[in-house]
Ligand binder design. Sequence first.
Ligand SMILES: C[S@@+](CC[C@H](N)C(=O)[O-])C[C@H]1O[C@@H](n2cnc3c(N)ncnc32)[C@H](O)[C@@H]1O
Length: 272
Amino acid sequence: MVMVMKDKGPSLDWAGVDPTVPNSARMYVYFLGGKDYFPADVAAARKVQELQPLIKYNSRENRYFLRRAVTYLTNEAGVRQFLDIGAGLPTQGNVHEIAPEARVVYVDNDPKVIVHARALMADHDGGRVRVVQGDARDPEAILDDPQVTGFLDFDQPIGLLMVGLLHFVPDRNGAHEAVEAFRRPLASGSYLVISHGTQEGFDRQMVADVNQVYEQAMPYQMRTREQIARFFAGLDMIEPGLVTVTDWRPDGITTGVAGAGRGVLAGVGRVP
Ligand SMILES: C[S@@+](CC[C@H](N)C(=O)[O-])C[C@H]1O[C@@H](n2cnc3c(N)ncnc32)[C@H](O)[C@@H]1O
């Protein structure tokens, strides 16, 4: 795996990566306890942590949700293909590992995630994984990419994963139009999986302060439950619906920290 030493700066010259600007993918790695980030990411992540002390547990609970949702789709819904937008790719527990017989396309707009993903896949992929650099705000470019169209069969069900992604796509950047565009080519029996930061239950000032830390570096918008539910409009929600991430079909594997996951809503909807 390609690593960046946190105190010494980058060990590689990352085309397109500005180490002085915090980045959501690398802040997430910090929250998950990884090592692959820059000092600017740590500084921003710590500011968020001061405002939301449970954020690192939220990140772990989010990964547990991803595992449960993909396991549900493979074991109970028979899905054999995944399009993972904003994949992030921490070092383990990724979709191709959770669903070892499925085809998986990982998409992210962060060049560093892409380099990391390609390095990871060189050892593991077995021909059933593709890695595409793309921006969720430009769904047509992703959906027209031969790595996607030539690899996934859109006549068969696909699991469209937007896990921990959409709070980085504000309404002003066309979030709803983008989700609609990704949903449009999906066959009946496909699924949309979302987890999303929410302002539900939080003090308004805290929400504004967290927004400010993120927005200094990247587009960001926490949403209400109603706003998140809109992404699923027209889909059949799988039980238990849109719930706190820890409450989506819990299987006993959890951080065990009281209140962890509060602030993240998650759901799975089926294309009728
Ligand atoms: C919090 S991480 C989530 C990673 C993974 N999906 C998970 O839930 O564990 C968010 C990821 O979304 C990516 N991202 C943010 N904005 C994006 C955009 N507009 N298009 C594609 N990826 C984006 C970031 O680079 C980062 O890797």
